[in-house]
Design a binder for this molecule. Structure first.
Ligand code: NAD
Ligand code: SER
Length: 320
């Protein structure tokens, strides 16, 4: 019953938040989809629905917002991503964990209908199989970000089991998009490589050429998120976080795909601290449980994503 739901999106100006907010405002009454972030409102959100400045670390402010707007669902997207987290691990732990506890506690007190919180492929570490990494396997993350995501998954399941909160979550792979800039992840290199290719610039990649990582195009990630959240409760067997997968590539393979469209595009390789992060993550993911439970299936592969990204980035370039 979309009309009865009132949704708060925390971190709405980020790479995922902008597109998710716009997608939810197409399904629900736009006035009932409240976008919130620390930053100024993203230009693409302007005049599409309500916007509130919020620091999710301020529990009281969050609580008042939830009560004042009669919020029934929260999408909590604010976090410190992997590469930024390695520069200040204690801060990343504090923000990623405390903000989630604030959201879960308010969900418990105000009896919210649903909470969405994203996890990541970063929950896996070197002990897990790197190909078709299973849903249930060794979880020994070696990054501050991965440790916070694994602990977050445990808290989500705890609040579901102990308090009956309908928390839902996806372990996103690296997300590729062109509408809103990425915010400090290890997989952001892929977006930077696209941007360099359309601007006819040489790109120096912070990962080695043969470093394979799981990736997904943003339209698939947004659809997965909404399909998961709209699925009937009996289809959801996991309240920690679901593996989802679309495709995998290495920097050298992405460079080749881009050179097919932009002959002469040059890439050099200067691996930095992000190489170690990437090497601790899977190369591909087994998402059979998401497929079986709620029917997940990606629409884009590397070729179709590449063509669509380039067409959109070039269209934006001509408009600018
Ligand atoms: P992002 O960094 O682009 O956006 C996060 C947003 O949160 C930013 O707009 C930021 O201003 C906001 N924010 C930060 N601190 C805040 C605070 N204290 N109060 C309110 N807002 C605050 O991140 P994203 O890529 O959109 O990721 C969203 C979520 O998805 C994160 O939990 C991230 O770990 C997860 N995720 C992302 C990817 C990816 O490839 N983008 C992959 C896996 C998981
Ligand atoms: N894309 C994210 C990152 O690189 C994975 O969670 O941090």
């Amino acid at each position: 019953m979309p009309a009865k739901e009132r949704i708060l999106i925390i971190g709405a100006c980020g790479q995922i938040g902008v597109e998710l907010t716009l997608a939810l405002r197409k399904i629900y009454e736009p006035q009932h989809v409240i976008a919130a972030d620390l930053r100024d409102e993203h230009p693409l959100l302007k005049d599409t629905g309500p916007y509130v400045t919020l620091d999710v670390m301020n529990r009281e402010m969050l609580h008042v917002l939830v009560i004042r707007h009669h919020i029934t669902q929260i999408y909590h997207l604010a976090a410190i991503l992997s590469a930024t987290a390695e520069k200040n691990p204690a801060l990343a732990w504090h923000i990623n964990m405390q903000s989630l506890i604030h959201v879960l506690e308010i969900a418990r007190e105000e009896r919210l209908h649903k909470v969405y919180w994203p996890s990541s492929i970063a929950v896996f570490g070197r002990g897990a199989p790197r190909q078709r990494t299973p849903q249930h396997t060794i979880l020994e993350p070696t990054t501050a970000y991965g440790i916070s995501k694994l602990a977050g998954e445990r808290w989500c399941e705890y609040y579901h089991e102990r308090y009956g909160i309908d928390v839902r979550s996806l372990r996103y792979p690296g997300l590729i998009s062109y509408k809103s800039s990425p915010g400090g992840g290890t997989t952001d290199y892929a977006i930077e490589m696209f941007q360099a290719a359309v601007e006819n610039r040489k790109y120096c990649c912070p990962l080695a050429p043969d470093t394979h990582l799981p990736m997904m195009y943003m339209p698939d990630a947004i659809r997965a998120t909404i399909e998961l959240m709209e699925a009937p409760a009996h289809r959801i067997s996991l309240h920690s976080s679901y593996n989802i997968h679309a495709f995998q590539f290495s920097p050298a393979e992405l460079a080749k795909a881009l050179q097919h469209h932009a002959p002469g595009f040059e890439v050099c390789y200067q691996p930095d601290f992000r190489q170690q992060i990437a090497e601790s993550w899977p190369e591909s993911i087994d998402d059979s449980q998401a497929r079986a439970d709620w029917g997940w299936k990606p629409a884009f592969d590397l070729q179709t994503m590449t063509s669509d990204m380039l067409a959109n980035l070039r269209a934006h370039q001509h408009q600018a």
